[in-house]
Design a protein around this ligand. Sequence first.
Ligand code: SF4
Length: 374
Amino acid sequence: METFQDFLQKWPFERREKGLADAASESIARALAGENLQPKDFLALLSPAALPHLEDMARRARDLTLRYFGRAVQLFTPLYLSDVCTNRCRYCGFNAGNKRKRRHLTVEDAFAEAEAIAGMGLQHIILLTGDARKLSSPEYIASAARRIKPLFASIGIEVYSLTEKEYALMTGSGVDCMTMFQETYTPELYLSLHPAGPKRDYAFRLAAPERAARTGIRALGVGALLGLERFEMDAFATGLHAWWLQRRFPGVDISVSVPRIRPHEGDFETPQEVDDRRFVQYITALRCFLPRVGITCSTRENAFMRDHIVPLGVTRISAGVSTAVGGRASAGSADGQFEIADHRSVREVTADMAKIGYQVVIKDWEDPAETAAC
Ligand code: SF4
């Protein structure tokens, strides 16, 4: 059976370069007028030639977002379980080479943190850990999910790549959503950015969403870290990944995250800065290509940007965020994974969304097992 890695190989750089070079006003206008866009249309919308059409793209993206999602945006928040990590991702403040005081929550610490988050009124939470299989084992993550499950409608995970059996353990422990950031879809660049640690296995990470989908998970998210690879290349591969997953697993809710690199501990310099125009181009192109896909924007973006991109396609935003381990119920670790750019509380985000005519959704899903128990 074809994997996404097989499919991606049908789109080598040369083919993408040709698609970008061939993009012209006519192909962009055709893409904006059409339904059921194909990958070549998405590539045209990501091309430099599409930049003068940004207003038309924004109009089309706004219309499609209203058609499929209305004026609603879902809120979530991350809970960092541990910043102990064995990897050396060059762009991350948690990398094993950074000398820092680290913290690993016990399951009871995690529950206290979760209670503080639930107290903010949130119902969707994402558990994160560094990649340290011995300390933050799959069993530990599953135990944390089981412990906090009564407090939340939805529990997501953003953790290291698991085997299919381990994903089944997660779904059996109340996890209904999994996000995997491939960081970059370019294999050679991926290896140079991940010089040591288990995360160096590009193929194992790339196939993680497929393994999770086979366990019956409700929702999957994918994303590249914008700023590592040339914008068009990773933006295209990410959209292609979501498009392929939608077709292969039609019963799974697919979403795309759009993180741009933020300042963090260490001396890594962003190789391919993505400016605001290209960032907006990415979100509007994604919405035109994938009208029903969720788009997630974290607090890596500031309040001004987030308030302006919600109407263009973003359907999920975080609020009341801390990227440190602990910090809500107790003293957190010294520094977070990266500096956040939007420090608004849940209440402030809710009020600001109302000002632009949008309603926040605290809970848009409930585990059928929980409903049956009522
Ligand atoms: S990105 Fe994840 S795996 Fe890499 S160093 Fe940071 S926490 Fe560890």
